[in-house]
Write a protein that binds this ligand. Sequence first.
Ligand SMILES: [Zn+2]
Length: 209
Amino acid sequence: MSLLDLLFPPRCGGCGGYGAAWCPACAGTLRRPSASTLAGIPLVAAGRFDGPLQQAIHTYKYRPRPQLATVLAQPLARAIVTAGLPLAALTFVPLHPQRQRERGFNQAERLAAQLASALGMPLVSGLTRVRATPAQVGLSQAERRANLAGAFHWTAAQPPGHRLGLVDDVCTTGATLTAAAEAVAEVGGSIGAFLVLAVAQTLPAVAVT
Ligand SMILES: [Zn+2]
């Protein structure tokens, strides 16, 4: 423990307790979802979007505490290793530039950077959110999909390549992830897996096989 930790002990992103940024009690509540796919692409998650993990993701994004990426990436990195998927590199779901300016960071990018370093994989960026999309909350899956159609483009000079792991914080209906994957496919690349901290209970059963 550093002097800084003694003076300002870290608080758990899940329960608010002092001592660790993600305490063993909260870590013990993670329930890893069973293997699933979204639009035929494997979906790997560290847990379900409820309880301490939901609270920690909220703290990470909105308080905000970007340093929580370090501890939140660990259970996801383990889930990716367990899944044994042959990924070539990682990339991430972009925020609209205005949203990123307001938040000060992109939670998916920061998470992807931690995962890339934990897994020893390259991190490539290239997806751009070309359209600010209205808030997704309260929309049906069909409405979300329409809302997001054409919202992403691959804008890097370098093509995306194949077997990319696409990182985001939460998968609610899968509309964001599939729209981003379509943007990668449009320029000849492919997504090998969707990698998220948490999947929502609302993820329609029809999207999961
Ligand atoms: Zn805790």
